[in-house]
Design a binder for this molecule. Sequence first.
Ligand SMILES: [Zn+2]
Length: 153
Amino acid sequence: MDVFGKSKRSQVMSRVRGHGNKATELALIKFFRRHRFTGWSRHRPIFGNPDFAFPKLRLAVFVDGCFWHGCPRHATQPATNRAFWQKKLARNRARDRVVNRTLRQRGWIILRIWQHELTRRNEPRLLLRIHRIFGSSFARNFEMVSTNQGEVA
Ligand SMILES: [Zn+2]
């Protein structure tokens, strides 16, 4: 017995293959606004379809569903049709790794946010993570600019 019927499942799959789900995207938009992060845009045609990108920083942001991407804390093993789900979820994780590797090779910084990080309770930690990334990429950009101009920071 399958968890979803066939049509229901392909419906779920097609939603998953596209961009991150609406609720988590909206939660992240609110988060960006609340903390005055600017320069982001959504659904840029970038390899791996990140949910958000900060093009100037070359920062790609993915919001990963805990179930679909195998969060170590919340990934549950569906009780039925185990082989199907194991294969499916392993494929998702493999694809995430390919996307990470490819984007890094193209000079992108990757930020993957778990769905469970988008709660008020986990917000301080997420904020810290993002600030660290911003700090280092600002530094990197500044270095690039100062090198180009032949100046020392
Ligand atoms: Zn989780």
